[in-house]
Ligand binder design. Structure first.
Ligand code: AMP
Ligand code: GLY
Length: 422
């Protein structure tokens, strides 16, 4: 089969590497892909948001199956457009992608269907938001309603910080139209768990759980980033919690979306916080997480294309979905300075026989050069988390480029949790 994967980061590289293991795959195109993905797929210079060009390419090249990976094209309706021209596609349609596209939508959905989440208020008028903040409990969390490149969440420690956040989102419009409405919500505490799931709107199969490391520096200090590393499975996520989440969060979400006439098909991502009052939803994503995918898919034993085909045929109950018993760790290597200013264009030297997922690199005259904040993710698997982490850091030492920066403590907290549990 001829496959097309829309997107061009580490997540897409992990999806492509896994799809390549399928005997059914004869060719993979990546739109736009990147210099590293070019080792595993044919990259085509079409941006992930250029929906007209994506559909035209699919038609011209007789694509048998498409995977739309990033949030933007999903929210813009890329899956609807591909379905309209008869291309089978993995991913939610526009009506269902709103579960990530609008936080006001997802918060109201959870309230209506009693799915546990932080208490919240929604505002479209900044004056009302300022008024509310006079007495709101502090710290508080301010979220832009729409997509904001993962930067639309501000945790305010003081009333003034909260008001500044409202001002920059609603009045200075730093996230454009995404900030026309805001959610102000209760600040929750507890370990965070990411659970990606396969669903066709009827059956839901959770993948192995994982833990992201969002801050730029060791010990969870520094600015928020797109993710500096991940481990799987997440030791905080016990079997008992998995059962509870299935009953109180996962299945109710699928049912709620069906009742709203927005049946979800694809990968539904649950960002959870394990609070003292039980697991609560911090956020939904309508897609595979990045860099969670870089630890989850290497542990998948089953054929990914097969699962995706079953999902698009609404026969997920017939699919074989099995994960290995082992553990995985992914260390992201970034350009020094990320997520703020950084330099690019340095040559990357790395082994080719490893699970290295390239996020920000381009090929120039046959050389792979850095071309982004997060450059690549190095994943290793092993039978224990400790060994997976150790192996990942050993492999990191075999990768080099100028100005490389990475965290030294990926998985450290997970290991501590594991030891406490035993
Ligand atoms: P997001 O961009 O939605 O992934 O949120 C970024 C991060 O903000 C989450 O991973 C949490 O660490 C934090 N966060 C979001 N909402 C809350 C909340 N209600 N309470 C505490 N932390 C939160
Ligand atoms: N790692 C979080 C996300 O993909 O949004």
């Amino acid at each position: 089969m001829k496959i097309m994967v829309v997107g061009g980061g580490g997540r897409e590289h992990a999806i492509i590497k896994k799809l390549k293991e399928s005997k059914k795959v004869s060719k993979i195109y990546a739109l736009p892909g990147n210099g590293g993905i070019a080792q595993d797929a044919e990259c085509v210079a079409i941006g992930a948001k250029e929906i007209d060009k994506i559909t035209a390419f699919a038609k011209e090249n007789q694509i048998d199956f498409a995977v739309v990976a990033p949030d933007d094209p999903l929210v813009l309706g890329a899956v609807d457009a591909l379905n309209e021209i008869g291309v089978k596609t993995f991913g939610p349609d526009k009506k269902a992608a709103i579960i990530e596209g609008s936080k006001a939508f997802s918060k109201n959905l959870m309230k209506k269907y009693n799915i546990p989440t932080a208490e919240f208020e929604i505002f479209s008028d900044p004056k009302k938001a300022y008024e509310y903040l006079e007495t709101a409990p502090i710290p508080t969390v301010i979220k832009a309603d729409g997509l904001a490149l993962g930067k639309g969440v501000i945790i305010a420690q003081t009333r003034d910080e909260a008001k500044d956040a409202v001002r920059s989102i609603m009045e200075d419009k730093v996230f454009g139209a995404s900030g026309e409405n805001i959610v102000i919500e209760e600040f929750l505490t507890g370990p965070e768990v990411s659970v990606l799931s396969f669903t066709d709107g009827k059956t839901l199969i959770p993948m192995v759980s994982s833990m992201d490391h969002k801050r730029a520096k060791d010990n969870d200090e520094g600015l928020n980033t797109g993710g500096m590393g991940t481990i799987a499975p997440n030791p905080y996520y016990t079997d008992a919690l998995a059962k509870e989440c299935m009953e109180t969060i996962f299945l109710p979400t699928i049912e709620a979306m069906n009742k709203e006439g927005r049946s979800f098909s694809g990968c539904l991502y649950f960002g959870l916080m394990l609070t003292e009052k039980g697991p609560k939803v911090i956020e939904y994503n309508c897609r595979f997480g990045d860099p969670e995918t870089q630890v989850v898919l290497p542990l998948l034993k089953s054929d990914l294309l097969d699962i995706m085909l079953h999902i698009s045929d609404k026969t997920l109950d017939k699919a074989e979905v099995e994960f290995m018993d082992g553990c995985a760790a992914c260390v992201v290597m970034a350009s020094k300075g990320y997520p703020e200013k950084y330099e690019s264009g340095f040559e990357i030297k790395m082994p080719t026989d490893k699970n290295i997922y390239v996020a920000g690199a381009k090929l120039v005259d046959g050389k792979l050069l850095t071309a982004g904040g997060r450059v690549l993710g190095v994943t290793e698997t092993a039978d224990t988390l400790e060994k997976a982490i150790e192996k990942a850091y050993e492999t990191v030492k075999t990768v080099s480029f100028d100005n490389a920066y990475y965290r030294n403590d990926i998985g450290k907290r997970a290991l501590m949790a594991e030891r406490q549990a035993n």
